[in-house]
Ligand binder design. Sequence first.
Ligand code: AMP
Length: 216
Amino acid sequence: MRCILLGPPGAGKGTLSESLQKEYNICHISTGDMFREHIAAKTDIGKLASSYIEKGQLVPDQVVIDMAKDRILRPDCSQGFLFDGFPRTVAQGEALNVMLREMGSALDAVILLEADDDMLVGRLSKRRVCGKCGAVYHLVNKPPVKEGICDLDGEQLIQRADDTEAVIKDRLRVYHEQTAPLVDFYDNLSLLIRIDGSNKASEVAADVLKALTSRH
Ligand code: AMP
């Protein structure tokens, strides 16, 4: 399975990735996670990326494209992959098509998670993540058993610096301006599957699995 998860920040791409990864046993590539790892390791890419991420802006295309290409060529992606947060511009989508053609490969589907902006602001501003394993919680819908502590490894939960209300609004504006054109781009390639991302995570996963199964 070679898939892309498309959708605004907070639509549930990360949570859905966990279900799809279990189902298909394919590698999950989150460019946002890759940047956060670079930032934590204080690499040159991390230093460059943080100045964009802090403001809710996109990291320049060429930096993301090079990083994605490097990742997709690794052996663990040979059986399939799930891109989460890439591509985010039409230029990245075109570059991915070229990469896949060079590899003799092609996409099976692009899953679009749809949800309205007010719901996304509510979800993201109450999102907390484990600083160590990255597990995702929501203060109201999915609180941890012990306040502020990850259920899985007992580490401290944190609020991502770009999950504050002001930055969330910038991220949504950037999504509508720069990423939303990919919806038509993939629809024209007959790859798009539209899913209602406002439902519960378990229902979203079930809807996606049903849609993917009926395509094959
Ligand atoms: P995410 O965790 O997917 O929400 O990504 C966090 C941030 O990383 C985004 O707001 C962007 O600043 C940056 N980023 C992640 N993926 C990309 C991409 N494909 N293109 C440009 N910037 C990206």
